[in-house]
Design a protein around this ligand. Sequence first.
Ligand SMILES: [Zn+2]
Length: 138
Amino acid sequence: MLDKNADGYSQEDLLKQERIKKVARRKKKIEEVDANVPPDIKPFVTQARDKGASSWLNALPIEELDFQLNKEEFRDALRLRYNLKLENLPSMCPCGSSFTVSHALSCKKGGYIHERHDSVKDTLISAEYAMMLSLNLI
Ligand SMILES: [Zn+2]
């Protein structure tokens, strides 16, 4: 039997009400932040809020899993996360457009689309090879 306070609420009821209030306060705070974020920054803020978006910051630098970043890669990752300009980028893309990070990620002549594709392909091949080895299929 649950104990109830003078208002008729159990400890569980009070905790549930507190959780609801906490979620409402957080939602209100997010709306206040979003209202003051410049439109060009908003997608970065939204993305940084996604579940797991900060996991890479807590990942152990395990070399066998290729989880380590050198100093420059780590600095670049932080700059990308906070939408800061990267250092030492070329001013022009091979296609003739000015070189920006978003352009580099979408330009078919810049090479990054192929690099990304090949990176995913190589990862899948490595995973398949490891699985076949573990099953003694090769
Ligand atoms: Zn280009």
